[in-house]
Design a protein around this ligand. Sequence first.
Ligand code: PGA
Length: 254
Amino acid sequence: MNRPPVIIANWKMHKTRHQAQECIHHLKIQLSIDFSGVYIAAPYTAIEACASMKLPNLVIGAQNVSEHAFGAYTGEVCAEMLKDLQVGFCLIGHSERRTYFHETSEQIRQKILRCLEANIQPILCIGETLQQRHNNQTNDVLFSQISSALSKLSAQDVSQVSLAYEPVWAIGSGVAASPDAVQNIHAECRAYIQKIWGKTCSDHIRILYGGSVNLQTLAEIISQKDVDGVLVGGASLDADMFANIIKISRELKS
Ligand code: PGA
């Protein structure tokens, strides 16, 4: 199954509008305007500035969305508002949101639904903690995160979703999961999707890896058969580094 790689920058709470545009401008030069497979999860405040650059194929996204469609929820941003800014995708259930903002699996499920209704591609982030890993609970944790987030969705809807496997202990730590472990876990997740939603869906769904992806860890991880792209935090803030990550990923996945 051919799944062209997707490389996502997660800028987290970094970059003003000006800094965001400057970074994309540098990327444009480095990539000779070829943004195929490049996604940027910008902070809300920089989304419009990024989208206004109108670069073909560059997909601008958000890092979060409200689980509510509209209403009296001070400080929240709904999927329809994101669609209005030409947002193409949204990270859902990132471990920082689960941990610091106590997002529950039901909220995550609702957020996925809001995105699908607005025709915004959800990127569902899943991952185990170090403790869970030591207790050999990794698969159970991941399967339960997948089933609770996607419960009751049709295979067609699930095919619109991408998964990002991000071990909590690997995020921002400088220590990525080993390429073998990533391949095994991605294959297990794909088999789990197949069991519930069928083979067409599991063949189609992209599973990305995230957690300390940088120029040292990238090549071996992206070369794995069931790794369909990467979600990059720290190393995406620098345009030159992120451009190299994109180029290497394309080369190794072509
Ligand atoms: P990192 O972050 O690349 O800085 O580890 C990844 C993420 O949180 O998505």
